[in-house]
Ligand binder design. Structure first.
Ligand SMILES: C[S@@+](CC[C@H](N)C(=O)[O-])C[C@H]1O[C@@H](n2cnc3c(N)ncnc32)[C@H](O)[C@@H]1O
Length: 228
């Protein structure tokens, strides 16, 4: 069973997503358990202050190191420990696979201006970003990571949601999908998908996956071509 720990100022953000859909089902099946920890419980003063002004001056508040260290120590969490961070390396499908084959994953959510950098150095945390934009806090990013990992756990999703034909699974974007009706507002489903010829359909999908990846994500296309 995979344990996903989340250290956050807003544990309530995770209650509904961890109980719904694939994430909730996986927990009910015993494939994963979630532990959310309130960072403020590890504050050192009666006002439960977890942030302070940045050394060197400047706007915003920085989350202090002690609560993160003590929360992780209380969880007895080992690697991988991830600090969600806009300056982190991009989170990829490869990371999701790596976390899904492990037994424990700990996600640290930042907030306010920043997190004291000693959290990364001292806890051996990886800084991962979910995109080239800035969120108000690490919580939506932690949910992205948790969802991407849990859907890869064997048994978490059924055939009708199969992960193996999704984008990024084999390094390519997925081909487009269509369902009934065959014609809608003058837009027709590609004839090959209605042909019943499985070989032709597979070839069309493969060609579309390659075309879309080449056009939309030349970075992925170069990597795919190199790895081939
Ligand atoms: C307002 S942001 C801080 C941004 C930081 N000052 C910077 O410029 O990189 C607050 C927190 O949201 C989270 N966060 C923001 N953008 C993120 C992203 N793209 N990926 C992952 N986490 C992000 C991080 O945990 C961060 O500490």
């Amino acid at each position: 069973m995979l344990t996903i720990n989340v250290v956050t100022l807003f544990p309530e953000v995770f209650a509904a997503p961890f109980a719904a859909s694939i994430l909730g089902r996986a927990a009910a099946q015993g494939l994963v358990r979630y532990r959310t920890t309130q960072l403020r419980d590890y504050a050192h003063d009666k006002h439960q202050v977890v942030d302070d002004a940045p050394y060197g001056g400047g706007a915003g508040m920085v989350l202090k190191p002690e609560p993160f260290f003590e929360a992780v120590e209380d969880l007895r969490a080992g690697p991988p420990i991830v600090l969600l961070s806009a300056r982190g390396r991009p989170f990829t499908h490869g990371d999701a696979v790596r976390f899904a084959v492990g037994t424990e994953l700990t996600l640290l959510c930042g907030h306010y201006k920043d997190v004291d950098q000693r959290v990364v150095a001292g806890l051996g945390a990886e800084e991962l970003s979910v995109g080239d934009f800035v969120l108000s806090g690490g919580e939506p990013a932690a949910l992205c990571v948790a969802d991407a990992v849990v859907r890869l756990l064997p048994g978490a999703i059924g055939d009708h949601e199969s992960a193996s034909t999704d984008s990024h699974y084999d390094g390519l974007l997925a081909p487009p999908s269509y369902t009934r009706p065959p014609s809608y507002r003058g837009m027709d489903v590609p004839a090959v998908l209605l042909s019943g010829d499985h070989e032709k359909i597979a070839a069309w999908r493969a060609a579309e996956a390659e075309r879309l990846t080449r056009e939309r994500r030349p970075d992925l296309w170069v990597k795919y071509a190199q790895d081939d």
